[in-house]
Structure formats: C-alpha cells, structure tokens
Design a protein around this ligand. Structure first.
Ligand code: PMP
Length: 302
C-alpha cells in the first residue's frame, strides 16, 4: 500500500486520507473528546490477518458508551475495518486506527447531546519499539491519570496527553520508554503498553484496578502464559519490585512483546532477554503470524 494514496473512512464516506478533514472547531479537537483503538494486521505472504479484531471493537463499543459517544455496532465496525483493508490492499504489516469522536462544533466541554463521528484509517507499521533490543526504560516523573479523573481504561484521546508528557520526557532524557506509577505510587503501565515482571519464575502484572488500560495484548499474554504453564498473578506492584525483577517486558498492540534491559539505569536480571520473556515473545509471534493452529481464532484473514 502507498501511504500517500491511502483510503480512509469518515462518517459514511470512503475518501483519500488526505481529503479527510475536520473543522477547526470540532469538539474532539478542542476538548480531546474521542475514544479510539489500535489494531494490527500481519501480512503472512498472501493475506493480512487482523489480530483480535472483535475484541478491539467490543472494547471500543463499551468505552464509547461509557463516554456517552455513539458509534456503529461492534459487528459493523469489524466490517468497516475489513473493508478498509480491502480498499488499501496492503502487502506488509499494517495498523488500523478506528476512532469515535465528538464531531459537533459547539462550545463547552459536555458529552451528552454533542453529535458523534466515526473514522478508520490504515497505515503501514513495522516495529513500534525494537522487540529485538532491550529497552532502556525510566519511571516517569508524571503520574498516571487516576480512574476517576480521565479513565485510562476508556482509551480516550484526551488522556493521551498524559502519555505524551511521559514519553517525551523519557525520550529527551535518552530512554526508550517511560513507565508510569499511579497516584498510589504503584507500578501502572507504559505510555502505550502494559507491563509484566518476572520474579522467581512467576509473571506479575498490575491488576485492572491499577489505572491501567485493560490491554487486549495483556489478556492474550495471560492466556499464553496459562497455556505454557507459566504461573501468573495480577496484583499491585511496588516501584522497587521493578529494580529487583528477574525479567521485565512491555506488551501492547504497537510494541507487541518488547523486553526491558534496564530501568532507571539499573540493569534488569542479567541484562539479556530472560527465558520466560523469550518463551512468551516466541509464542506471541507464532500466534500473530498464524503459525500456531491453537491461536488461529485470534486472526481475521482479509
Ligand atoms: N496501555 C496504554 C496506555 C495503551 O495506549 C496501550 C495501547 N493500546 C496499551 C496499554 C496496550 O493495549 P493493547 O494491548 O490493547 O494494544
């Protein structure tokens, strides 16, 4: 696919992405009132396999309802995503960005009574973070948004200012990625990834009340861990557990499974990819490229 000629969906029309524009007084632009997803499609040499498509649109539907935004049904959004892939005919890995947004142009930060819009566009996407190299990570000086301020769970556009502040600080300070603590001072997640640590052969990840996004990849990894016989716990994680962990890795649609070599300039484990991380990374890669019959149901071929 040629990104310059990409075709996108906006409020009922299919048009060149470059022609999809919104007015400057759009509510979502002014107030950050949107809610989105990120979905990967993996090219297997003959077709694109969309990863966990229905799960993404079920999450979007739930989140939009909570934010008082109306969007097509999950089934309709799946059909639009498949159509977006067909129209762009990519022959390499892609990323789909569906978004529900407040398209009204009135003044005032309210949600009810403001008309909604829906878009999908597609871009080519290789690695978001380098999955081969160990990441240098810092604990952010920015705290994660609490659930009763802007719920991270909803994947709301406005909440990503919090992520952008943390990621920018990390990169300007020479790190690859930032890890947030929540307002209780517990380990939360990366700027766009969930986090796992390994201690004494067990996986640990913050639970769903820790102000995290309930990641689709996180859940998939917990399923893989169960199938691989790797014990896991979802529980509050203290900051210093990061520094004494045997292994740490980040997971998400974008970053896939990316291992962490240091946090705040403290080497994690032996400073190499750990054995549990390697098993999870391999199992995930096999699943998303359709090499594991047991996980074929994760994929929607187009
Ligand atoms: N946390 C945040 C803040 C994110 O933006 C993402 C990326 N969507 C994730 C976690 C990982 O979620 P998922 O596995 O659903 O992509």
């Amino acid at each position: 696919m040629n990104p310059a000629a990409a075709i996108a969906y906006l409020n009922g029309d299919w048009k060149p992405l470059a022609e999809c524009q919104v007015p400057i007084n759009t509510h979502a632009l002014q107030y950050g009132t949107g809610c989105f997803e990120g979905i990967r499609g993996y090219w297997d040499g003959g077709r694109i396999n969309l990863l966990l498509l229905a799960e993404h649109f079920r999450r979007l539907g739930r989140n939009a309802r909570m934010l008082r935004m109306e969007c097509p049904s999950p089934e309709e959004m799946c059909a639009l995503a498949i159509e977006a892939v067909r129209r762009n005919a990519p022959t390499r890995n892609i990323y789909l960005r569906p978004m529900v947004y407040k398209k009204g142009t009135g003044l005032g930060p309210v949600l009810a009574g403001v008309p909604d819009g829906f878009m999908i566009y597609v871009i080519p996407l290789g690695d978001y973070l380098d999955t081969a190299k160990g990441l240098k990570v810092c604990v952010s000086s920015w705290r994660r948004l609490p659930d009763n301020a802007i719920p991270t769970r909803t994947k709301a556009t406005g909440g990503y200012l919090n992520s952008a502040l943390a990621k920018t600080e990390a990169v300007l300070n020479g790190y690859d990625e930032a890890v947030f603590l929540n307002d209780r001072g517990q380990v939360c997640e990366g700027s766009a990834e969930n986090i796992f640590i390994v201690r004494d052969g067990r996986l640990h990840t913050p639970d769903r009340t820790a102000d995290i996004l309930e990641g689709i990849t996180r859940r998939a990894i917990l399923g893989l861990a169960a199938d691989l016989g790797i014990p896991f716990e979802e529980r509050p994680i203290a900051r210093t557990e990061l520094y004494v962990a045997d292994e740490v890795f980040l997971v998400g649609t974008g970053c896939q499974v990316s291992w962490v070599s240091s946090i705040d300039q403290r080497v994690i484990g032996e400073g190499v990819r750990g054995p549990i991380t390697a098993r999870i990374q391999q199992a995930y890669e096999d699943a998303v490229y359709g090499r594991s019959p047991a996980y074929r149901a994760w994929l929607t071929p187009v």
